[in-house]
Design a binder for this molecule. Structure first.
Ligand code: MG
Length: 162
């Protein structure tokens, strides 16, 4: 519970609210589930965040972004992370540790969200491009949580959250 609260607090400190992630889940799933609300999505996003795999991935991703931002690691790898090159790929691999426990619907939605960068993902991407902060790892984590929540909604429906 303590680590879960730390993960939520770190997300908020880095500019990501649970509602922001739920907006993406709603966007991914509203065409398939009738009457899906933002509150349903918030409930499912919270479910995903409470999992140990998610907490570990969130805290690790933000830690890497922060040490890169502060230039506390070797220049060579620091520059690669700050550059957020599409060919780097380790940021996506870390986020897959969340996606992998939620099945193939999570995986396909993760790829889709990573490609089109909805909502807060685009905001993080732009902040990173302007070199104000490093969100190389966090943007993938946000896509992974949103996609995993979408998968849980597909499997369990909206009744569970009521
Ligand atoms: Mg990334």
């Amino acid at each position: 519970m303590e680590l879960e609260n730390l993960a939520i607090r770190k997300l908020e400190e880095r500019g990501v609210k649970i509602e922001d992630i739920a907006e993406i889940t709603l966007f991914l799933q509203e065409k398939y589930i009738e009457n899906l609300s933002i509150d349903d999505c918030i409930s499912y996003v919270k479910d995903v965040i409470t999992k140990r795999e998610s907490i570990n991935a969130i805290l690790t991703a933000i830690a890497i972004d922060e040490v890169a931002e502060k230039r506390l690691i070797d220049n060579e790898i620091c520059n690669i992370i700050l550059e957020d090159s599409g060919l780097y790929g380790i940021d996506e691999i870390l986020a897959l540790s969340i996606v992998n426990v939620h099945g193939s619907i999570a995986l396909t939605n993760f790829g889709y969200a990573d490609k089109i960068k909805p909502g807060i993902v685009k905001v993080l991407d732009n902040i990173g491009k302007q070199k104000q902060q490093c969100h190389t790892f966090l943007d993938d984590i946000v896509c992974a949580i949103a996609a995993s929540a979408a998968s849980r909604i597909a499997h369990y429906g909206i009744e569970k959250s009521k």
